[in-house]
Ligand binder design. Structure first.
Ligand code: ADP
Length: 251
């Protein structure tokens, strides 16, 4: 099997507070994975560990078959964090400039060549923001910013796109169009791991649902997820979307 990410027995605590407990899961090349769980259930932490951005306390992570620690092909991983869309909002740079940054790992010390510019143009085109290329990033809507960061990852020729709640604050139509884009990119072979708070939306679009609340409650198809009691167990009986601790006694 061709795995992009292999996490094995991953555990992580902030100080003494355990957030991820003994999670083992793998993401195959070309898979579209939705990572769900209540607020504060460790999704962002697990995703960052899976991308090699944080080191687990125990367990191991492999990226493209190599140990995540010391992984040197960072441009293969396109990560759009919740913060990344805010970080640049005060900088007077254009959409094209942000997307061009995606080429830098490939360019190194040489100058940008015409083919680099072609790749940037193609990335802008593919995510549907070519008409915004010269607009400043701080003049964009949330959805347009997300597309800009995805275009940057495409310009970097990322094999994996990891997105942390990309459609928060986006209206339903824009969200549907955004998922159409993700499905198109996935059809072209890009692996996607996405954190999404709307369970109905995510299960409609992904191949695989990963449901966590500190521990792994489900890793499998949306259909198997719908038939299982993982949702109720992970979210607790207090109700969906509310913060609920993992309920070990129910396992
Ligand atoms: P989710 O993405 O599911 O909302 P997170 O992984 O962001 O969950 O957070 C899991 C838990 O860890 C939460 O209780 C959160 O408050 C805590 N946490 C997240 N980041 C930090 C940090 N840098 N330091 C201490 N605690 C943190």
């Amino acid at each position: 099997m061709n795995y992009v990410i292999e996490a094995e027995g991953v555990t992580f605590a902030y100080d003494e507070h355990p957030v991820v407990e003994d999670v083992t899961l793998a993401v195959e090349a070309g898979e579209f994975v939705g990572l769900i769980g209540p607020n504060g259930s460790g999704k962002t932490t697990l995703l960052r560990i899976m991308l090699g951005l944080m080191t687990p306390d125990t367990g191991s992570v492999r990226l493209f078959g190599q140990p995540a620690e010391g992984f040197r092909e960072g441009e293969r991983l396109g990560y759009v964090s919740q913060q990344s869309t805010e970080a640049d909002s005060t900088m007077p740079i254009t959409v094209r400039e942000v997307v061009t940054m995606g080429r830098y790992p490939h360019v190194g010390l040489r100058r940008l060549r015409p083919d680099d510019h072609d790749i940037v143009d193609d990335a802008l085109e593919r995510v549907g923001i070519a008409d915004l290329a010269d607009r400043r990033i701080n003049r964009l809507s949330g959805g347009q910013k997300q597309r800009t960061y995805i275009a940057r990852a495409l310009a970097g020729e990322a094999d994996l796109l990891a997105l942390d709640e990309p459609t928060v604050g986006v209206d339903a139509d824009s969200r549907d169009r955004f998922y159409e884009l993700l499905n198109e990119l996935n059809d072209r072979g890009i692996t996607i791991v996405l954190i999404e708070h709307d369970i109905g939306v995510v299960t409609e679009h992904v191949d695989t649902v990963v449901c966590i609340n500190r521990e792994l409650f489900h890793h499998g198809s949306p259909e198997a997820f719908a038939e299982s009691d993982a949702l109720a167990r992970a979210y607790g009986v207090e109700g969906m979307g509310k913060r609920a601790p993992a309920r070990k006694q129910q396992l």
